[in-house]
Ligand binder design. Structure first.
Ligand code: C5P
Length: 218
């Protein structure tokens, strides 16, 4: 039997994570934050002093990772890295590391294994196109760069982190450009994805839309 999978792809700070968690808990499904895996790999590389263009060494490092996701925290080799992987430094470096094909291959199985009963909600860039092409529902979320930067700005402010809105907007656009233009698994909607512009929508509206599509699809 095939495991029910919902994929949520889209650019940085488009709200995928929030929506994926909400949809996942509404349906009692598991949740895969694939971006966290690329972030974890990148942080491990930075910590170990591995050069961010040493593809073979990075892939080897990825194969050795066994992150633990528990109660909203992320542990790597016993260390809680939940906050560290979200820093702007790690965000920027991650989009470089994630462009390397050997890194993507090394993390592929780890992602596939997340599909377990009763089902999975997976968020990222290539969930619908590469990792779970068989998914029963695929959603591609967009929002203008400014709206996304404002959302990120508020998230940071809520954590007491000061940020510059123009700089955040530039960083997001730079990251999106790299994710979209890379040769391997570029950011794009799957042919059979529903595209949803969330610029004018709140979280409840987006969750409802996805759950409606899910009941139509299953
Ligand atoms: O989703 P998040 O912003 O945490 O992802 C961080 C980075 O990881 C992205 O900018 C992208 O370069 C990479 N990524 C990816 N494929 C995924 C998820 C994330 O390349 N499925």
């Amino acid at each position: 039997t095939t495991i029910p999978v919902i994929t949520l792809d889209g650019p940085a700070a488009s709200g995928k994570g929030t929506i994926a968690e909400r949809v996942g808990s509404a349906l009692g499904f598991h949740y895969l934050d694939s971006g966290a895996l690329y972030r974890i790999a990148t942080l491990a590389a930075l910590d170990a002093g591995v050069a961010l263009d040493d593809e073979a060494a990075l892939a080897e490092l990825c194969r050795g990772l066994s992150p633990v996701f528990a109660e909203g925290r992320i542990l790597v080799a016993g260390e809680d890295v939940t906050e560290r992987i979200r820093s702007e430094e790690v965000s920027r470096a991650t989009s470089r590391v994630a462009a390397l094909p050997a890194v993507r291959r090394a993390l592929f199985e780890l992602q596939r294994r997340a599909a377990r009963t009763p089902g999975l909600v997976a968020d990222g860039r290539d969930m619908g196109t590469v990792v779970f092409p068989e998914a029963r529902l695929k959603v591609f979320m967009t929002a203008s760069a400014r709206v996304r930067a404002e959302r990120r700005f508020k998230q940071l402010a809520a954590r007491g982190v000061a940020a510059d809105l123009d700089e955040l907007t530039r960083d997001l656009e730079e990251r999106d450009r790299r994710d979209r233009e890379r040769a391997t698994a570029p950011l794009r909607p799957a042919d059979d994805a529903h595209v949803l512009d969330t610029s004018e929508m709140n979280v409840e509206e987006v969750v409802k839309k996805v759950l409606d599509w899910w009941s139509d699809a299953s």
